[in-house]
Design a protein around this ligand. Structure first.
Ligand SMILES: Cc1cc2nc3c(=O)[nH]c(=O)nc-3n(C[C@H](O)[C@H](O)[C@H](O)COP(=O)(O)OP(=O)(O)OC[C@H]3O[C@@H](n4cnc5c(N)ncnc54)[C@H](O)[C@@H]3O)c2cc1C
Length: 478
């Protein structure tokens, strides 16, 4: 009976395991039986997906939701019986602010209507917004006439945005938006890997504004259904997805507190070394961060390990603070704010959770979830919880005038959790793939490769398991 090892029990590894479990169950009635074992170094499964509770409030330590536009996570939720637990963000209250730092003071300025990611598609709200200088507004107008441009090579997001709108746009929008998603910097991340649509639009249309507007009109005329919420989550938090997956897997196959040191290719399969134990498998799915996959595969293929190590990771810290009704009343409407680097703050962004997902806080509580760290502030990990809280209290007072003590505070540190798709990422992936193809029975999954969000991780785990089954002649796309 073929045996498959999965290394890493975050959402990528659990999604791979679920695909194999479906195959195992269907095989139980036929003669195509399989067995899988999932190794997870931590005592719990789920990786960065952790939900906690305090004072009647729901707290997300890692992801709080996922993009509705990407279907794979919601599809998996429906498959595992959570269809009726899916909830949308409260988009009636969707408004995001940028912290503008002028004359020594911080001020929240609402992002103008019509911005798609960072591309303005409505003239009036952008022209009237106090966010941008006159110079940037003039660049935005001129951008409408940008000629088509096909970059010879990959470039950074900052380079592309600057070419179209100037450096203020990089500081005020590109950087804060990317640090929210990737914990990375516009001056480092690859346009082709992070914003492939932008590269495509630029080569076809020239102007990103015109291209976005055309795409929006096309979508609006094609869509008959009412608009869907931007973000999807689960009533009881993201942990619900982890728990439902675990409940559907073979309990005996889940090995927590099992750090895998190496996977070694042999003539007839793979030896997995975890602690003092070794076990033999026909195939291995590495569903860890790429840096951990590099360590594990090093003794089998040093070159593959080197390529995997080139995918760098940044760290992040999330801090959830609970406040009383008075603070809730004093906070502005909307989902929260982003902090540009020019504001000189340590905080990267904050979400007003009670507005984004109202049922996560009782009516007399406010939840403010703050993000710190990212590629430019790894040093935050060296601070203890109290030091981080002191920084946040000071910055929240400056930005949104919260002087009150929080009723509760939870600090979560995630070391090297956010993959950085730097310039050349797509070429690196091709090189990784060509080495992987030399190693039959090896598949890679996780946020280091083709998408960092939860839906992409679900897709990567599912596809990795499908690839292994296909190699074994047990899978057809039909
Ligand atoms: C703070 C934060 C907020 C985020 N917010 C969002 C969001 O709102 N929406 C969204 O879509 N995405 C968000 N993301 C991104 C998304 O959550 C992650 O990319 C995704 O959950 C990663 O899943 P994974 O399984 O690939 O990796 P992980 O969750 O990192 O899991 C990998 C697992 O591998 C284990 N492991 C590592 N090495 C070994 C080894 N040698 N042996 C055995 N086990 C090993 C680790 O212990 C870990 O459990 C966020 C990420 C973070 C950190």
């Amino acid at each position: 009976m073929p045996r498959i090892a999965i290394i890493g029990g975050g959402i990528s590894g659990l999604s791979a395991a679920f695909t194999l479990e479906e195959k195992r169950q269907s095989g139980a009635q036929s003669d195509t039986k399989i067995e899988y074992v999932l190794f997870e170094s931590a005592p719990r499964l789920g990786g960065v997906m952790v939900t906690d509770h305090a004072d009647g409030c729901l707290i997300e330590a890692g992801p709080d939701s996922f993009l509705t536009e990407k279907p794979w996570a919601a599809d998996l939720c429906r498959k595992i019986g959570l269809g009726d637990q899916l909830i949308g963000s409260n988009d009636a209250d969707r408004k995001t602010y940028i912290v503008a730092h002028k004359n020594g003071r911080d001020r929240l300025v609402v992002m103008p209507d019509g911005l798609m990611f960072m591309v303005p598609t409505k003239i009036l709200p952008t022209v009237l917004s106090p966010l941008f200088s006159l110079r940037t507004k003039m660049r935005m107008a001129a951008e409408w006439f940008h000629p088509p441009h096909k970059a010879e090579a990959d470039e950074t997001v900052a380079q592309m945005v600057e070419r179209h709108y100037g450096s203020e746009m990089v500081d005020l929008l590109a950087d804060p938006l990317l640090s929210g998603v990737y914990g990375g910097e516009a001056s480092d991340l690859s346009v082709r890997a992070v914003l492939p649509r932008f590269a495509d639009m630029e080569s076809k249309h020239g102007s990103l504004g015109r291209a976005m507007l055309a795409a929006r009109k096309k979508m609006a005329s094609a869509a008959k259904a009412p608009p869907r919420p931007l973000f999807t989550s689960l009533k009881e938090g993201m942990q619900q997805m982890v728990d439902a997956l675990i409940a559907r897997l073979d309990r005996d196959a889940l090995k927590t507190s099992s750090l895998v040191q190496s996977v070694i290719r042999q003539d007839n399969g793979w030896t997995v070394c975890a602690g003092y134990k070794t076990d033999h498998f026909d195939a291995v799915i590495l569903a860890t961060p790429a840096s951990a996959a590099a360590d594990v595969v090093n003794s089998t293929d040093g070159k593959l390990a080197t390529l995997l190590r080139e995918i760098r990771y940044s760290s992040s810290v999330t801090v959830t603070l609970g406040y009383d009704e008075k603070v809730r009343q004093s906070l502005p409407p909307g989902f929260g704010f982003l902090v540009p680097r020019s504001a000189g703050r340590r905080m990267l962004a904050a979400t007003f959770v009670h507005n984004k997902f109202p049922h996560r806080a009782p009516a007399n509580r406010a939840i403010v979830r703050c993000f710190l760290g990212g590629a430019r502030d790894e040093a935050i990990l060296l601070q203890n919880d109290q030091q981080i809280l002191d920084t946040l209290r000071h910055e929240l007072r400056q930005i949104v005038n919260i002087g009150a003590e929080p009723l509760f505070a939870r600090v979560f540190k995630w070391k090297s959790a956010m993959a950085q798709y730097s310039v050349g990422h797509l070429e690196r992936l091709q090189q990784i793939e060509s080495r992987r193809q030399q190693l039959p029975g090896l598949a890679l999954a996780g946020n280091g490769y083709s998408g960092i969000g939860v839906p992409d991780c679900v897709r990567s785990g599912t596809e990795a398991a499908g690839k292994i089954l296909a190699e074994m002649g047990m899978w057809s796309a039909a």
